[in-house]
Design a protein. Sequence first.
Length: 327
Amino acid sequence: MQKNVKMTRTSSQVSSTKIVADANRKANDANKELAGAKKKATQKNIRGAKQRRIASYANNKAAIPISGFRGNVIAAMIFLVLLTLGKNRTRKSNSPPQTDGKKPFRKIKGSEMKGNVIIAMALPLASRVILAVMKLPRSYADRAITARAITNACNLNPLIVIPPLTIAAYLGAIDVLDADQTATKTRTIGTASTRNAQWIIVYNNLKALMAVAQAGANANQSQAIVIIESGLFKVKQASARKAKIFTAVNSGISGKANLSAPGGGRDATHEWQMSMDGISYTDLPNTRLSKTVVTGLKPVSVVWFRHRTVVGNVISVWEYSFLTVSA
């Protein structure tokens, strides 16, 4: 009797255990399905958010205006692409047929198209000016050698006409510079300052020569580079809008010239001088403006002008300009 009761209890326990295990298994399966559903929903939400971000970014990029240099570059690229695509379209032409066996090409405003290749031609650039500049070495001995070479290049130069007496005076100043440079080797007090002061004289003479070369280049733009380089000066190109240089031009009235220089600020005093030989200079009236007018000039004469600014105790270097007075 007791044995039967134990067997019944054992069977009941086994049955209960199976029921619990089945319930746990079903619960686990349900949890897995629920987790899978949540994962799918999360992935769907992520994809939706990503698509919304992409769409928002695209809308924002489309709303940003493209201008300036970047806009010009993009517009040029779009134009070239459209130009290439347009080549593939057949269009009627009124030109006579070619009989030389070569493939025809079409010339379109600064570019030639052959097949799918675009050969870009030179397009007109912004207005530019050609300037004469000097590139001088650092040592004073080498500067003297360069100064002598430039002065000799301008002597008897048909493109840069300098009076012989002016050339002689400039070469004499270089001789003094050579002597002063030699004296500095003794390390005597004051020799270096004397040499430096003499170099300023030579340097101003070189700028006077360069002013003549610049005037010739301005008068003959097609030969500007040739004229400048004939005096052993260097060539620099700059935008006409940004090139701020001291200029002297004829006013259109005989014997009258207009001088204009870069501004030195509201507190600047502008000093002007003129010379008929590039050696001895006479003062012109000072001005607070960066321009002045000179009258009483002899027609068909040549005149050097120079200008500098004074602001308090600060004095700028001399700038030079050369003018042939109109008749």
